[in-house]
Design a protein around this ligand. Structure first.
Ligand code: NAP
Length: 249
């Protein structure tokens, strides 16, 4: 049976929700899971010791350390300590490098979920103008790489991009991973584009919302993902896929 170990350090409320959703998904599909909830004061050495133990346990096929970690722990050091074959988030540099060359065991869950949504909707990025807003290691960069692997013509935008609207208006497929509510407005979107909203933000009323002004954009585009209910659930589904895959490695 595949087994997922989920580590959470501290009491960040958003991290708690994500971890609960991941454990629930494991229960739904019959994957063994165990949670390691550690206090905020946990030292880097204590966390490393736990990861070493989990690396060595046969019944644990996947290890996930929920980010962000408290400031006194180096995320880089922790991610490096996870056995790449158990790295179901695909954040280890070995896995990042494998994705770059297109020969990988795991894909990072959120960009993989976006690709699955595109594919299952009958959309082919081949030859299309694909624009990704955001260049984080977790979403933007791997997303661009996966669209490139799917033969898209890819542009990555970020906070220093000039004339952002001119670039996004060229997009047949527009992926927003910025982290700012209502950042993508109708005037930034081409008629008939496919719009994927990765953002998970809270608006002034505390309601979960994406990066795209959904109401303003929805009538202009061919397809659009909602928040909540779009990329978020796909991310969890891809985590389950990676955990099952890890058990077979
Ligand atoms: P991040 O590390 O903060 O990256 C945000 C990116 O947006 C950066 O590359 C930044 O550019 C760019 N950006 C910021 N302001 C901009 C502007 N005015 N114009 C153009 N680009 C701008 O965030 P992340 O981790 O990638 O996450 C992005 C969003 O996705 C967040 O809302 C996060 O909660 C959400 N998320 C959702 C899931 C899911 O499962 N649905 C998973 C992961 C993340 P610079 O690099 O120049 O600073």
């Amino acid at each position: 049976m595949p087994g997922l170990a989920v580590i959470i350090v501290g009491d960040d409320p958003a991290s708690r929700v994500y971890v609960n959703n991941k454990k629930k998904a494991c229960a739904e599909i019959g994957v063994y899971s165990e949670e390691h909830a550690l206090p905020h004061e946990t030292t880097e050495e204590e966390l490393l010791a736990l990861i070493r133990e989990l690396n060595g346990r046969k019944e644990i096929s996947g290890i996930l350390c929920q980010l962000p970690l408290p400031k006194h722990i180096s995320e880089e050091t922790i991610l490096l300590a996870i056995d790449p074959k158990k790295d179901v988030d695909a954040f280890h540099p070995v896995n990042v490098g494998k994705i770059m060359i297109g020969d990988y065991d795991f894909l990072p869950c959120t960009p993989a979920g976006v690709m699955e949504l595109i594919k299952e909707s009958g959309i082919d990025p081949k030859g299309k103008e694909c624009v990704v807003i955001g260049r984080s290691n977790i979403v933007g960069k791997p997303q661009a790489m996966l669209l490139l692997h799917a033969h898209g013509t890819v542009t990555i935008c970020h906070s220093k991009t000039e004339n952002l609207k001119e670039v996004t208006k060229r997009a047949d497929i527009l992926v927003a991973a910025v982290g700012k509510a209502n950042f993508v407005t109708a005037d930034m979107v081409k008629e008939g584009a496919v719009v994927i909203d990765v953002g998970m933000n809270r608006n002034a009323e505390g309601k979960l919302c994406g990066d795209v002004d959904f109401e303003g954009v929805k009538d202009k585009c061919a397809a659009i993902t909602p928040v909540p209910g779009g990329v978020g659930p796909m991310t969890i589904a891809m985590l389950m896929k990676n955990t099952v895959k890890a058990a077979l490695l």
